[in-house]
Design a binder for this molecule. Structure first.
Ligand code: BYC
Ligand code: FE
Ligand code: FE
Length: 479
């Protein structure tokens, strides 16, 4: 495995990479001096549960076939590496004012600070999620789930490496300072919080973890999808490869919620009850509590798309820095200078829609793609309820519900989109968002099951294991 910049990673180096790091000693030294800081951050802020080894996937190549290697590794020996998807030497810019020109291999001076900002915001979310999930190992419902948690954690750590590589390689001294700051800010910290709202929330229990990987990692999928279109080719190639890893995070969230719903539905059907208290008494999570968690994580994740209208996003698009989801499949001029679109808005104090220039509405465009994707999960979960013979259904709340960013930040709305007074919201929101009582109950269910082949009572086992292994495989050896 000794190719410099092909598809295969060079594992003989301190920092495995497919970017020919050894050809650039200065960059290599800079990254090697950041590495110990990363490792002490991982020790301090990464997974708290000591494990001897974990059955993990490690990226070894970026090719279509067999890019990953599976095996038991001690987490502190995990090889975080730098991998960019293969370069297409003919790649051209697909949108904006430079449409059709060759993609950039360097950062143009005039876009330096905007690009750096995008890379920093992306980079900030990755370690944030590791910090948020730090204590979950202690309450894992099975070794299979514990392994998936650790897999997500090491890959988010690698995503941090991906952004730090770009900062060091392309943004000079400011880039190196930003890389330090990515380890200095911490999720939920009073003096140096993470940049985006959702990444300062807690992930105190496994229902939150599955909701987070379903809804918040999915924002990651969509944001990475837009950065993959970027004219700045190294960013595009980095994001393309990150999206491969992201697919597993989506799977963890989707099937995790499947399994929670399945267990609850099973208890409801068996006992012919729709009484949440009875479901709770039998050790599962009531459907209405699942709905409240869904409402919370979905609405907080909608905020991650920024305002419904934004001049930032218009500038990013025109400059070629950040495209649209599946830009290449859009049937328009990919410049949008003369187009308009309807965005969600407050119109005369009412929840409605307003026509704006298409460029300033691009956050809404992306948010809508995201919402349609989120709905597919809800449909799956509703199918599980239907197959159990139950009439209840889950639903995504309205776009105006519980928003703290954008057009609806200043108002309150019900999950079905009715405008509410502050007093009505105060009285009714406990029906829609997790209360302290709900959270305490969910946490009380989180008793660890660290025994091979066993699973907690509040969740159904998965339909399949990892990499063809059975559910009762020894995915983790605890210390
Ligand atoms: N919280 O013009 P606006 C992931 C700021 S997740 C706090 O409407 P814009 C992952 C905004 O920065 C993907 N502040 O926003 C998932 C702006 O500040 P400035 C992460 C917020 O720029 C799970 C001001 O408000 N990647 O990978 O159009 C696990 C005005 O806002 C928030 C990215 O986000 C907020 N929620 O859009 C692990 C991609 N929203 O500039 C990983 C990079 C907005 O006035 N980021 N603000 O100081 C972007 O593309 C954009 O910056 C945003 C915001 C989409 C975040
Ligand atoms: Fe990530
Ligand atoms: Fe992720």
């Amino acid at each position: 495995m000794a190719t410099a910049s092909g598809t295969t990673a060079d594992y003989s180096e301190k920092i495995p990479n497919n970017v020919g790091l050894h050809e650039d000693r200065r960059l290599q030294r800079a990254l090697e001096s950041w590495q110990p800081n990363f490792l002490s951050w991982w020790q301090e802020m990464g997974p708290a549960l000591p494990a001897r080894d974990v059955y993990l996937r490690t990226a070894v190549s970026v090719g279509r076939e067999g890019w990953a290697h599976f095996g038991h590794v001690a987490m502190r020996d995990y090889r975080w590496g730098i991998f960019l998807a293969e370069r297409d030497p003919d790649r051209r810019i697909g949108f904006g004012q430079y449409l059709g020109e060759p993609a950039w291999q360097q950062v143009p001076g005039e876009y330096r600070s905007q690009l750096r900002r995008l890379v920093v915001i992306q980079g900030d979310t990755e370690p944030a999620s590791v910090e948020q999930q730090r204590n979950l190992g202690a309450t894992a419902p099975s070794l299979y789930d514990l392994r998936n948690l650790f897999q997500v954690n090491v890959e988010e750590g690698r995503h941090l490496w991906a952004m730090v590589y770009l900062l060091h390689a392309y943004f000079g001294r400011d880039g190196r300072e930003e890389a330090e700051d990515l380890l200095r800010r911490n999720s939920g910290s009073a003096d140096a919080p993470r940049i985006l709202g959702a990444f300062n929330e807690e992930t105190p229990d496994w229902l939150s973890f599955f909701m987070f990987t379903y809804f918040t990692d999915r924002d990651g999928k969509y944001q990475l999808g837009t950065l993959k279109e970027s004219a700045f080719d190294p960013l595009s190639r980095t994001c393309e490869f990150m999206l491969k890893e992201e697919a597993h995070h989506m799977m963890v969230g989707t099937t995790g919620i499947d399994r929670v719903v399945e267990r609850t539905a099973q208890l409801m059907a068996e006992n012919d009850t729709d009484d949440g208290a009875e479901v709770a008494a039998r050790g599962a999570i009531p459907l209405e509590v699942i709905q409240k968690y869904l409402n919370f994580h979905y609405s907080v994740s909608l905020d991650l798309f920024g305002g419904e209208t934004s001049t930032n996003v218009a500038n990013y698009y025109s400059a070629g820095l950040k495209g649209r989801w599946l830009e290449g499949r859009r049937k328009d001029d990919h410049k949008l200078a003369d187009d308009g679109m309807l965005v969600d808005a407050l119109v005369d104090g009412q929840i409605g829609q307003a026509e704006v220039p298409a460029l300033t509405g691009l956050n809404t465009d992306l948010r809508r793609e995201y919402t349609a994707d989120c709905q597919s999960g809800v449909n799956r979960w509703n199918k599980i309820l239907a197959e159990a013979g139950l009439p209840q259904r889950l639903a995504l709340p309205h776009v105006a519900f519980n928003r703290k960013v954008g057009a609806f930040a200043g108002i309150e709305a019900s999950p079905d989109g009715q405008l509410l007074s502050a007093a009505e919201w105060a009285a009714r929101s406990p029906q829609w968002l997790p209360t302290d009582v709900d959270k305490t109950h969910v946490r009380s269910l989180m008793q660890p099951v660290h025994e091979r082949g066993k699973i907690a009572a509040w969740i159904a086992p998965p339909r399949a294991g990892i990499n063809g292994k059975p559910f009762d495989y020894e995915y983790v050896h605890l210390a």
